[in-house]
Design a protein around this ligand. Structure first.
Ligand code: NAD
Length: 689
């Protein structure tokens, strides 16, 4: 026996070596330093006694390899250390590629990042043709690009344009698409994987000649023009100063495309440079915050197999469809038959888009049962209420649900503003009542706030978190408080934008400032998208409960029937689901404090949430805003931004705004908690551009 912890090498009677990666003590294979070091020893054994052929596969049921170890990436101290790590990976994969025998990677499930780079270093790749296979190079999402030779080999296999498109988007594809791109050689059903590997090893080695179209694009003149076009297209999606990695990748190819050794060397240097940039540090932080949220879903709790959803409107219908997509049995009820019909039609579209294969779509639709009389409540493990936002209606409903549901069923409300304790008053035993605050649209927004009221049993909250995770969403535990965390923090930002607009600033200019800061859409457009009536309702709750002001302008627009996108007119006019915006002319200077006026109230509200214990720590507040509202991920979250800028600096800026514009900017006492957090405000100051 070899004594390796993570790798297993077996040789069969045909002279084929089967190398299995099964990382010890982990649910998924990741390429940590230790795993790579062992691979070095494995390669030594193979080099000493080469087999007739080598098959590389994973011992994990879920997939092949999920990528390099992100935690190790986060721990890298400087560029030199990053370069050493990348060179180690490059060197090992180079040795795998140089083995004197043909090699095959057998891929099932995920094969991402470093995992695909490993597979690309083999002579052949065979992937399972199934719904769970995901193949891709998502490194740009972490602020870097492939660094184990993946840029070179992906381009060699798929051609420059297809490979760069894949890497720039950071998206994963299924086995068939990967085959069409040339990234894998065969896509076969799982039971044929081994046979496919054997027959490849039995045949003659492949002749590798790049297609003439690929060679054409690599010609220097064409390459420079194509790179310029790619950079132009990328710049339309992201800003270079916020997200440098895609631009570095394009430059890498422009300068070194077609020259293997030079490109490998430049790849390593480029990744090492990117890995220690503030953007990569913050994107890695955002990723790890997401992992922390996933951790809340790991509690031992009775699984939820059947969900009963009450209310088939925008939210209830989409929650039901999402649960069916994720494999749960769902009954969906509403007092209006047309709401049920509409929800099922929407579900059909979602399932067709996501699952594609007709038999999978039919199976998912079979799991979603319209239930006009609400009989499903008696069998459900979890009941989710998503009816109109009206306290009395919700109370009456929960009094009935409590009688009809199984005594061990979890009861949940999707309310976005009613404190849980008010609804709980209608129940005899409120311990099993939680909030499950999904965001709109359910299929796109990954965060779900899991709300505990004073009477909620911690076991019920843990079970709710496990359910959220089981349907592939991110649970964020929050305490019942007006607006919970995300809406409460977003509201001052949206309302300040309304105030600015009322002062005469063009909405386009306000939005442009927020986008330049790094928000996915500007606050005025966001308000229009959410619906001005919904914004007003949340603003009024916060006004009532927390004394926050509501701009008159918002009320006036709602009264005039200008509700935003859904009515075709809000701050903007909407056509075909898009706002009509005038061009922002660069020469007209925006007020110097515009960005601070928008962003600092959001930060300030988070300080208040921390002080009140709405979430338990600053990292969770950042996780909520990054994953629930898309807050500039390359800044690592609002409070990470505040710390990088300096808490003292931020509170001073707020105090300045308070003097100029009024007490809504008064620094919250909660900042004291942040300033005390290990004095990070001083130490991480350089971590921001
Ligand atoms: P909606 O008006 O689209 O849907 C509500 C549905 O509930 C309607 O189809 C109605 O017929 C039905 N209904 C009303 N009373 C009922 C009853 N007693 N029994 C069964 N069905 C009943 O509303 P929505 O936007 O989906 O919001 C639902 C809940 O989700 C609200 O509490 C809201 O605050 C919350 N929420 C909404 C959003 C959003 O963006 N729309 C986001 C998060 C949370």
């Amino acid at each position: 026996m070899s004594g390796w912890r993570h790798w297993r090498l077996e040789r069969d009677g045909d002279g084929i070596a089967w190398l299995t990666l099964d990382v010890a003590g982990a649910g998924a294979n990741v390429l940590s330093r230790e795993v790579l070091e062992e691979l070095g020893a494995v390669l030594e054994a193979l080099e000493a006694e080469p087999p007739r052929g080598l098959v590389l596969r994973s011992g994990k049921p879920g997939g092949f390899v999920a990528g390099a170890d992100v935690r190790e990436l986060a721990a890298v101290r400087d560029r030199g250390e990053a370069l050493a790590l990348v060179r180690q990976g490059q060197g090992l994969l180079g040795r795998l590629e140089a083995l004197p025998c043909p090699t095959v990677a057998l891929i099932h499930g995920y094969c991402l990042g470093g995992g695909l780079e490993l597979a690309l270093a083999c002579t052949w790749r065979v992937a399972e043709d199934g719904p769970r296979t995901r193949i891709g190079l998502p490194e740009v999402r972490l602020g870097i690009h492939p660094g184990f030779g993946g840029t070179v080999r992906a381009i060699e296999r798929a051609g420059p344009l297809a490979a760069l498109a894949l890497m720039l988007a950071g998206r994963a594809v299924d086995a068939r698409r990967a085959r069409r791109l040339g990234l894998v050689d065969h896509a076969v059903p799982r039971r044929h994987l081994e046979r496919a590997a054997r027959s490849l090893l039995a045949g003659p080695p492949p002749r590798r000649r790049a297609r003439w179209t690929h060679r054409l694009v690599e010609a220097p003149g064409v390459r420079h023009a194509a790179a310029a076009w790619l950079a132009w297209r990328t710049a339309r999606a992201v800003r270079r100063e916020h997200y440098p990695a895609p631009f570095a990748l394009i430059r890498l190819w422009r300068e070194h495309g077609g020259r293997r050794e030079a490109m490998l060397e430049a790849e390593a240097r480029s990744v090492a440079r990117l890995a220690v940039s503030p953007t990569a540090r913050n994107l890695v932080r955002a990723f790890l915050l997401g992992e922390r949220l996933k951790g809340f879903g790991k509690a031992e709790a009775p699984p939820v197999a059947h969900v009963h959803v009450v209310g088939a409107g925008t939210m209830g219908g989409d929650i039901a469809a999402w649960c069916a997509l994720q494999g749960l049995r769902v009954t969906l009820t509403d007092t209006r038959a047309e709401a049920l019909a509409g929800a099922v039609a929407r579900a059909q579209r979602l399932l067709a888009r996501r699952l594609r294969a007709p038999h999978l779509v039919t199976a998912a639709l079979d799991r979603l049962v319209p239930d006009p009389h609400g009989h499903g409540v008696r069998r459900a493990d979890l009941v989710v209420e998503a009816i109109v936002e009206d306290l009395e209606a919700k109370r009456a409903l929960f009094a009935r649900l409590e009688r009809e549901a199984r005594p061990d069923a979890l009861l949940a409300t999707n309310t976005s503003s009613i404190p849980l304790e008010r609804i709980a008053e209608a129940l005899h035993a409120p311990a099993r009542l939680v909030g499950l605050h999904f965001f709109n649209p359910v299929a796109r927004m990954r965060l779900v706030e899991v709300v505990s009221g004073p009477g909620t049993d911690p076991g019920a909250a843990a079970r709710a978190c496990a359910f959220v995770r089981a349907i592939d969403r991110l649970p964020l535990p929050v305490r019942s408080a007006p607006g919970f965390l995300v809406n409460r923090a977003l509201m001052p930002y949206l309302l300040e934008a309304v105030t600015l607009e009322a002062e005469g600033l063009a909405p386009e200019r306000i939005d442009a400032a927020a986008v330049a800061f790094g928000m996915p859409v500007g606050p005025v457009e966001l308000a229009d998208r959410v619906g001005l009536d919904i914004c007003l309702a949340v603003a009024e709750v916060l006004a009532r409960e927390l004394g926050r002001p509501v701009p008159e302008r918002l009320r006036a627009l709602v009264e005039a029937g200008r509700l935003g996108r859904k009515s075709g007119h809000g701050f903007y006019e909407w056509r075909g689901g898009r706002p009509r915006k005038a061009r922002v002319r660069r020469r007209e200077a925006a007020p110097a404090d515009l960005t601070d006026r928008l962003v600092l109230p959001l930060l300030n509200e988070l300080a208040a949430c921390l002080r009140e214990g709405v979430v338990s720590d600053a990292d969770l507040a950042d996780a909520g805003l990054v994953h629930g509202a898309g807050f500039a991920p390359f800044r690592g979250g609002p409070l990470a931004y505040a710390r990088a800028r300096g808490v003292r600096e931020v509170t001073a800026a707020l105090a300045g705004l308070e003097r100029r514009y009024g007490e809504r900017f008064r620094p919250d006492p909660g900042w004291a908690l942040l300033a005390d957090e290990g004095g990070q405000s001083a130490t991480s100051k350089e971590a921001q551009p």
